[in-house]
Ligand binder design. Structure first.
Ligand code: ADP
Ligand code: ZN
Length: 731
């Protein structure tokens, strides 16, 4: 054997290549490599597609179906780091798992096309020696004060900071009082992390030790379980520090990241610098820079929403999924995927550890722990000896609220006691708006959405009635649209706005705040409200699930769940599990400081096993029962579920498509097909919807079954079939 001859370079492709485009097409297309161009898998290229040019990724060697002479040539190779092997395999695997076109998944990885172009210079402004005779207005003084300490800003940021218009900045530049500097950002800037660990308790230290040992030791998935306030975040911070020490990249997925200002501040306290954020509120120039930095392999901690999974990390050393049970990790639009499960897949392909953190782990994850597929570390107690809150049921059949009111006398007394003691109270009602339904007392007409099978929700603060499914809105009616009677319209049921009205009447001296996506818009507003609660400027916080997550308010000692039965409506097989998770999470906001917390659950279903288990502190028994029931019924995690939603504007065509699907439905042992049946939302945005449910044994490859099925059935035009593997919502 001749050791000196170098092996043929397999990664350089000549003549023909296949290119995957970020479009929902069936596969990759072949193109010719023009003379003089050298291409490798993962390269970003521009290619002609029909009359246009598109940017895609070299996926591999061409397959040769089309004669080489007829292939169109690649137009351009873009100056961006190639998509790694690992990332390309990830995209293929996600596509296969979710039964989606790979191009639709690639599109999520190419969400910032401008990042593929060479970085543009960014202009910064800083202070300069004051020119003689400069006219100093108040506005100009504020600008100069902002740069007095030598810091530099982009024009828009400086204008915002000084509270001036951009004309003022321009004027100062022209006058020579600001220095202008063009900087070309380089991706792999070292952010300079400097970690100082919290002093960990023995339990925390041993959990952190296990996670640290996993870093650098290849793939593993570990459940980090611990009640709210037990220090899970501190523990996984420690593992992040280990990955950073090893020079690796880290990804932390959080639900509703935009709202987690407290989390970001804590990170900055521990690591000395803020992490990079990735979610829908992040501005494009920042996204572009982050995409680039990650692609160039720079050291980074990215904290993001589920879409951060598709960033082009080069060297992942750790993935953390916090609140792994949270339903918002499931994407329903476009490619239906669960970010927790895909995070495990990505960790697997990247050969790095994955940490799933939760106080109420999903039954899927629990079953994976039990089967030995996932490791398990546990934090049994709250940090610093804080006790877990006491949970009690308020049986509304025995202690009902007065008519047209929503708080039982028992709850009213509890709130009064807490306020007297100078504590804070949180009221949780997962219903936005004033009332979920408007009804005419004279003729019985109910206001429904013209495009959906849903009632219009009364939003009094906004003066509108609104569909929560499609966004349809109209002004609040004064008279009935059917019988024209005036003053006959009544609001039915409570929303948070109505609850706030009741609370203000009961406790006129208390300072109230509403925390819902209607009243608190965007990350800054949320952070400001959290700040007011921390500063104890708020006595009673009323809100939807937006406020249930993550916040740490030491003076909050009473949490009231106004309607603990809300999660049981509908046909969701996970209703009990979700109710447990939601109520534990909301309840976990109580008593995080020195004084013990109380949780009151208002219910008409006091015998519900979950509610009883929560009140009796016997959740393990409930979970055992729930797992057993799922096992008997062959539901996840013991069996597989997939749903097909068949939809279209024309009802007859949708029905024809369903008959077609029914005729060609697979007949296999271990697979049962339920449906078609009208979906819960039988009409959504004017589309008629029917659903099939595919139930299969765990060993069955449901993706293959569905692909064969859909391949055999021809659908009429105007009908869409959407596949959802492991569906979480059943509307
Ligand atoms: P979890 O993520 O389990 O809800 P956190 O990590 O948020 O718990 O911890 C709850 C609170 O206790 C936080 O304010 C955190 O700073 C504090 N805490 C937890 N562990 C420690 C520790 N070892 N030293 C100091 N503070 C801690
Ligand atoms: Zn609607």
């Amino acid at each position: 054997m001749n050791l000196n001859s170098s092996p043929p370079d397999e990664t350089t492709l000549t003549e023909r290549i296949s290119v995957l485009l970020p479009l929902p097409l069936t596969g990759a297309y072949d193109y010719a490599v023009p003379p003089g161009m050298t291409l490798s898998p993962g390269d970003f290229v521009t290619v002609p597609l029909g009359p246009r040019e598109r940017t895609g990724v070299v996926w591999g060697a061409g397959d040769g179906d089309i004669a080489a002479g007829r292939l169109k040539p690649v137009v351009d190779l873009l100056p961006a780091p190639p998509l790694s092997d690992e990332h390309r395999r990830f995209i293929d695997r996600v596509a296969a798992y979710t039964v989606s076109p790979p191009g639709a998944v690639l599109r999520m990885a190419m969400s910032v096309p401008e990042a593929l172009q060479p970085p543009r210079a960014v202009t910064y402004f800083s202070g300069a020696p004051l020119p003689q005779g400069l006219k100093l207005t108040d506005a100009r003084k504020r600008v100069l004060a902002a740069v007095a300490d030598g810091s530099r800003f982009q024009a828009a940021d400086l204008a915002r900071k000084a509270g001036v218009s951009s004309a003022v900045i321009k004027g100062l530049v022209v006058a020579g009082a600001l220095r202008r500097e063009d900087v070309t950002p380089t991706g792999s800037r070292d952010p300079g992390f400097a970690y100082t660990s919290a002093e960990l308790s023995p339990d925390q230290a041993s959990a952190a030790g296990v996670l640290r040992d996993h870093v650098g030791a290849g793939y593993s998935t570990t459940l980090l379980e611990g009640v709210t306030g037990s220090g899970k975040t501190e523990v996984y911070f420690d593992a992040i520090a280990a990955a950073l020490d090893a020079g690796r990249q880290c990804l932390v997925l959080l639900p509703e990241i935009a709202l987690s200002a407290q989390w970001l501040n804590r990170f900055e306290d521990r690591f000395g610098v803020a992490p990079a954020c990735w979610h829908s509120d992040v501005r494009r120039p920042e996204k572009r820079q982050l995409w680039r930095q990650v692609a160039e392999g720079g050291p980074a901690v990215v904290v993001g929403a589920r879409s951060a999974l598709f960033l082009p990390f080069q060297d992942l050393g750790l993935i953390v999924v916090d609140e792994e049970h949270d339903g918002s990790f499931k994407q329903e639009d476009g490619v239906s995927y669960h970010a927790r499960d895909m995070a495990v897949l990505r960790g697997h392909l990247a050969g790095c550890p994955v940490v799933l953190a939760s106080a109420t782990p999903s039954l899927e994850t629990q079953a994976n722990v039990e089967a030995g597929r996932y490791g398990h570390v546990m934090l049994p107690d709250r940090h610093a000896g804080a006790a877990m809150p006491k949970i009690a049921l308020v049986d509304l059949r025995r202690d009902p609220p007065p008519p047209q009111h929503w708080l039982s006398p028992v709850v009213q007394a509890g709130i009064a006691r807490a306020l007297d003691a100078g504590d804070q109270v949180m009221l949780f009602l997962n219903r936005r708006g004033y009332a979920p339904l408007t009804l005419c007392r004279t003729c019985g007409h109910r206001y429904g959405c013209p495009q959906c099978s849903a009632w219009l929700v009364d939003h009094r603060l906004a003066g509108r009635i609104v569909c929560h499914h499609c966004g349809h809105a109209e002004p609040r009616p004064r008279r009935c649209q059917v019988c024209d009677d005036e003053d006959a319209l009544v609001a039915c049921g409570p929303g948070v706005e109505r609850l706030a009205e009741e609370v203000q009447t009961l406790f006129p001296d208390a300072e109230l705040a509403l925390m819902t996506s209607d009243t608190v818009r965007g990350a800054d507003a949320a952070a400001a409200l959290v700040g007011r609660v921390e500063a104890q400027e708020v006595d009673i916080l009323i809100g939807t699930q937006m406020m249930a997550k993550g916040h740490h308010f030491p003076q909050l000692t009473l949490v009231v769940v106004v309607d603990a039965d809300l999660g049981f409506a509908g046909a969701d097989p996970r209703a009990a599990e979700r109710t447990w998770q939601m109520l534990s999470q909301v309840g976990g906001r109580a008593g995080r400081g020195e004084r013990p917390g109380h949780v009151l659950l208002q219910t008409y279903l006091a015998e519900q096993p979950v509610l009883k288990a929560l009140a009796e502190g016997n959740v393990d028994a409930f979970l055992d029962g729930e797992l057993e029931a799922r096992s008997i019924q062959g539901l996840p995690p013991f069996g597989r579920l997939a749903s097909l939603i068949v939809s279209g504007r024309d009802q007859a065509r949708v029905q024809a498509a369903c008959r077609n699907l029914l005729r060609t439905a697979p007949r296999l042992t271990d697979v049962s097909i339920l449906g078609p049946a009208p979906a819960v939302m039988a009409i959504l945005r004017g589309h008629h919807r029917q659903r099939f449910l595919v139930k299969a044994a765990r060993e069955v490859n449901v993706q293959a079954v569905i692909t064969d099925w859909l391949g055999a059935a021809k659908s009429p035009s105007g009908v869409t079939i959407k596949v959802d593997i492991d569906p979480l919502s059943f509307y």
